[in-house]
Design a protein around this ligand. Structure first.
Ligand code: PHE
Length: 448
């Protein structure tokens, strides 16, 4: 019997969970989807999704993990057995494991871009480059399978090495160094951005809502992103929760995670958009916002190289602390279900994910024409996980935590809240969140 790891203390759990939540989603994706979907109005819808769906599901997910003290599949298995519920719930554990594989495979490719840009800024390779050249740099990177493969491999290697070392020796150690560095860099970048001419324009853009821009599609994007950014629906938070001691109350911790995650996303917007506006660029340039528009702006600004390094280092730290939390549930599952050691499980699972990642990176070049439902492989992986599998996993998690766990046992002390707060959570997690997920998923499947 392999022993169950425990976090050294609650603060480390909080840092690790924030590290999981804060990632490419906050710093790369959030700013560009805000840009594509019209700024302030989208942010408002997103905040609603976080409050009404994200937080209740986050509480549910950590609660299940902490109660079961096991990987996502065993968690559903054991608790369903204990409370005499249907074995069918285990499906949600498996969905989580599969989703983990799929997310990390394309996540690592994008994290690889961050590594490449970090190298470029460190060597000052783009100094004096014209906007056209900066654009070509990104295009050339995407066109080169060997370069993409190189950076994807390095990133996966880092992730595997950390997870292979285990919860205390690997994840905790890295997180305790990485997260303070992340906050420090982010604050420096926001101060830098606030000194630029475009700062007030960025504030207006981020915080003035125009409701005519809200549609079913933007709502679906906001909901999917709420899941993605809080690392919900695939067992990352569940497995991190399983390393909490049984008497830790989870509601306060969950609120802190969601609050910090949202703050970081907004701060990332405040660090990026002022530079974009100062340089007179369009905020709606999509995924290339960070890899073409931002470098162009940085190159034109004083101390651009230095802040470029800071920026891509921030992106890398954020990506790495999330990637380990995507690999962890998968590895913990294999470690608990087989005779394999953690080290072997981490390498084995990491290599399979690395291989799937190769098909994601080929979508930008050799396999650009390979389409699944009208999307290339990379976009399909993103869409399938973010907009379908994570919400589906979240649905199972919130239903299980309320209908099974909460109705068959007394979980008040596990949550650490009073009766009224409990009723609100229960109502949100048992009815509101599932209804919103189903409604939006239904619409989403038919409009896209
Ligand atoms: N929350 C991470 C981000 O915003 C991504 C992630 C998704 C991590 C799912 C774990 C699980 O980048």
């Amino acid at each position: 019997m392999k022993s169950q790891p425990q976090w050294s203390n609650r603060s480390v759990f909080l840092l690790a969970a924030v590290g999981s939540a804060v990632g490419l989603g906050n710093i790369w994706k959030f700013p560009y989807i805000v840009g594509e979907n019209g700024g302030g109005a989208f942010i408002l819808v997103y905040l609603f999704c976080i409050a009404l769906v994200g937080i209740p599901v986050l509480i549910a997910e950590i609660l299940i993990g902490k109660t079961a003290q096991a990987n996502p599949v065993s968690a559903f298995e054991n608790l369903a057995g204990k409370f005499k519920a249907s074995r069918f719930w285990v499906i949600f554990g498996f969905i989580g494991i599969i989703t983990g594989f799929l997310i990390l495979s394309f996540y690592s490719v994008v994290a690889g871009w961050a590594l490449e840009y970090l190298a470029v800024f460190l060597q000052n390779d783009l100094a004096g480059a014209a906007p056209e050249q900066v654009k070509n740099h990104f295009a050339d990177l995407l066109k080169s399978p060997s370069q993409l493969l190189f950076w994807h491999s390095i990133f996966m290697l880092l992730t595997i090495l950390i997870v292979a070392k285990g919860v205390n020796q690997g994840i905790e150690k890295v997180i305790s160094l990485a997260m303070p560095a992340l906050f420090l860099i982010l604050i420096i970048l926001v101060i830098y951005a606030s000194q630029q001419a475009g700062f007030s324009e960025a504030l207006a853009y981020l915080f003035t809502p125009d409701f005519s821009l809200i549609s079913t599609e933007t709502t679906l994007i906001a909901l999917g992103h709420a899941f993605f950014t809080l690392s919900l629906g695939m067992g990352a938070m569940m497995v991190y929760g399983s390393y909490l001691s049984k008497n830790t109350a989870v509601v306060r911790l969950s609120l802190s995670i969601a609050l910090i995650d949202t703050l970081v996303a907004l701060l990332a917007g405040l660090a990026i958009f002022p530079l974009i506006f100062t340089y007179g660029l369009e905020p709606s340039s999509g995924p290339s916002l960070l890899f073409i528009s931002l470098p162009n702006a940085l190159l034109a600004l004083p101390f651009g190289q230095f802040f470029g390094i800071a920026f891509f280092l921030l992106l890398l730290i954020a990506a790495l602390s999330s990637a380990i939390s995507i690999l962890e549930p998968v590895v913990r599952f294999v470690e608990q279900k087989t005779q394999l050691t953690r080290r072997i499980s981490a390498w084995l699972m990491g290599i399979i994910i690395w291989l799937i990642g190769i098909s994601a990176l080929l979508a930008f070049n050799e396999w650009a024409e390979v389409k699944l439902f009208g999307r290339n492989i990379f976009d399909s992986l993103d869409f399938l996980t973010t907009n379908i599998l994570l919400p589906l996993g979240g649905l199972g998690i919130s239903l299980f935590a309320t209908w099974v766990l909460a109705s068959k046992s007394n979980i008040l002390s596990s949550l650490g809240i009073g009766n009224l707060a409990y009723k609100i959570w229960y109502w949100l997690a048992a009815i509101v969140a599932p209804a919103v997920i189903l409604m939006i998923a239904w619409n989403g499947l038919f409009i896209s």
